[in-house]
Design a protein around this ligand. Structure first.
Ligand code: DGP
Length: 214
């Protein structure tokens, strides 16, 4: 494979969006395209259900266990923190990370529950590596519903997802982050082209900048 002469760090690229927006498909396509063009890249996803904490989260999402809402929130955050050293290491090695969900899902999903403020929800993730680019795959709840039934996991109902979308919209007002809102109703290939172009720019910009903190 060809290799671009790159000496700086990798970029942290996050894909966010409501369920069914196409994040996972796009993450895979993006990583493949970046590698193909000589830019080292790896995929990550949160929650990472493979760790011990991830298994607690998985059981909760599959409704095999019930956990108090604050506890769940902190477990999702702990799951990101346990991978923080690895993320930092990869970025410093010049590997760009394409991440399927991050702290913004954490805040949007928990704050969609009654009694949780955005502010409280953001606290546990403060200090995590700051994304160089957050791609928000925007999909109208009606379009999401057309992509078939939601599964049987927790949070998979259109009423809850509507509130989640509102919370994401509040988070996007934070101009200290590089949010790019992408219309996810278009074709997989068109979406991919747009995501790839934003990502290449972000990688170039991030290269010689320090890793930021949330
Ligand atoms: P996924 O594996 O991408 O389908 O995500 C699993 C579900 O968990 C999905 O409905 C979104 C939700 N989720 C992801 N991250 C968090 C988080 O940090 N906190 C909460 N409460 N929910 C989350």
């Amino acid at each position: 494979t060809r290799s671009k002469m790159s000496h700086g760090r990798g970029a942290l690229i996050v894909l966010e969006g409501v369920d069914k927006a196409g994040k996972t498909t796009q993450c895979k396509k993006l990583v493949n395209a970046l590698i193909e063009s000589g830019r080292p890249a790896e995929i990550m996803r949160f929650p990472d259900r493979t760790t011990q904490i991830g298994q607690l989260i998985n059981a909760y999402l599959e409704k095999k266990s019930n956990l108090e809402d604050h506890v769940v929130h902190l477990l999702f955050s702990a799951n990101r923190w346990e991978l923080e050293p690895l993320m930092r290491k990869k970025l410093e090695q010049g590997i760009s990370l394409v991440v399927d969900r991050y702290a913004f899902s954490g805040v949007a999903f928990t704050s969609a529950k009654p009694g949780f403020s955005l502010e409280w929800c953001m606290k546990p993730d403060v200090g995590l590596p700051k994304p160089d680019l957050v791609l928000f795959l925007q999909l109208h709840p009606l379009d999401a519903a057309q992509r078939g039934q939601y599964g049987s996991e927790r949070y998979e109902s259109s009423d809850f997802q509507k509130v989640v979308l509102q919370r994401f919209e509040q988070l996007m007002k934070d101009k200290s982050l590089n949010w790019q809102v992408i219309n996810a109703a278009k074709s997989i290939e068109d979406l991919h082209a747009e995501i790839k172009s934003h990502s290449e720019t972000a990688i170039t910009v991030a290269e010689f900048q320090p890793i930021g903190k949330l």
